[in-house]
Design a binder for this molecule. Structure first.
Ligand SMILES: [Zn+2]
Length: 203
């Protein structure tokens, strides 16, 4: 991580990726792009020095940016976009990255919490996401990033992962719910899916 000075507002900000210096802070980029929410502050909650991407749970979408800023990409899975979603859908899985990594890449990663304000109402919102950083050497013991989609509310989840996030198509535990889950797992930090008759553990 490095501290940078924003060329637009003159304030200091933190850059986490090991890239050439970023020129502007996240708040100024959001303002300039006229986004609906403006970043106020970011905190890194957890870091993975080496993470193998087993799956990208959607299509990388390029985030709009100015020529002198770095391009960035995101994948978002919202409860309201899951099959059979209802007005009670909730949760969002968000991956962000400077590069549209493919499965098999081994990267540094961090869990981030960002506070934004709504540009119109000024209301603060807290969001969490997984940021994928620079590519690192592959190590045999790298935890892996996994994604499941479970279309059966009779399925139970035993979550011993390092970190995970879920999105629901309905109120959790409703009969018709679909659950999407992204988790960082290894041999000791497993996720098991089970019902009355079967149990499957990952990895
Ligand atoms: Zn700024």
């Amino acid at each position: 991580m490095a501290n940078r000075i924003c060329r637009s507002c003159g304030k200091e900000f933190e850059q986490y990726e090991n890239l050439a210096p970023a020129k502007r802070c996240p708040s100024c980029i959001d303002l300039e792009q006229r986004r609906d929410s403006i970043a106020i502050r970011r905190v890194c909650l957890m870091q993975f020095p080496s993470l193998e991407i087993s799956i990208v749970p959607g299509v990388w979408e390029q985030v709009k940016h100015r020529k002198e800023d770095f391009p960035s990409y995101k994948v978002e899975i919202a409860g309201k976009n899951l099959p059979g979603s209802t007005p009670f859908a909730k949760g969002k899985i968000v991956l962000r990255s400077r590069f549209p990594y493919k499965p098999g890449a081994v990267v540094k990663a961090r869990v981030m919490e960002a506070v934004h304000t709504d540009r119109h109402s000024g209301k603060p919102m807290t969001r969490r996401y997984l940021a994928l950083d620079d590519r690192t050497a592959k190590t045999a013991s790298a935890p892996i990033l996994c994604y499941w989609i479970i279309g059966d509310s009779e399925t139970h989840i035993e979550d011993r992962s390092f970190w995970s996030v879920k999105a629901y198509s309905d109120k959790p535990k409703n009969p018709c719910e679909t659950i999407a889950m992204l988790a960082v797992i290894d041999e000791k930090h497993t996720v098991s899916l089970f019902d009355d008759t079967t149990k499957i553990s990952f990895p």
